[in-house]
Design a protein. Structure first.
Length: 142
């Protein structure tokens, strides 16, 4: 049953990405190009996502288990650290250069051609390398 709900949630997310235009790199780059041919329509996508998450966090604050019966973990404490800042910068650079981020890249795999496949391969390599690279410069365990 869990797999069915996961499939349905992922499918709904993918359809939302398609309808909103997030799978079109030109639309995303147009959103980021505030000094050129700026396309502000993705602000509605952002507003919708933030609105849904505000509701989801409010519901999670008063529940101890999910609709499927799993425990809901405690909300993480907000903290700005090196990993968060570096990850945000790298994500933003990739989003700005390619016009894709992980969700839309997966949703648009069938029509982004070679560029989309290169993006997904690069993203996978980065995900694979990240744990090892995160240890560089980290304090040694005591």
């Amino acid at each position: 049953m869990r797999s069915l709900w996961s499939f349905l949630a992922g499918g709904l997310f993918g359809v939302g990405l398609l309808i909103s235009g997030m799978t079109d790199p030109r639309k995303v780059i147009g959103w980021l190009d505030i000094f050129g041919e700026w396309d502000p329509t993705l602000a509605f996508v952002l507003g919708g996502a933030v609105g849904v998450m505000i509701i989801a966090w409010r519901i999670a604050d008063v529940r101890t288990t999910s609709a499927l019966g799993d425990p809901i973990p405690a909300r993480p404490k907000p903290r700005l650290d090196r990993n968060l800042l570096l990850g945000s910068v790298l994500f933003g650079m990739g989003w700005g250069l390619a016009g894709l981020c992980p969700g839309p890249a997966m949703a648009s795999i069938l029509w982004t051609g070679t560029g989309g496949l290169v993006f997904l391969a690069s993203m996978g390599a980065g995900m694979f390398a990240a744990p090892s690279l995160g240890k560089i410069g980290a304090p040694a365990p005591s």
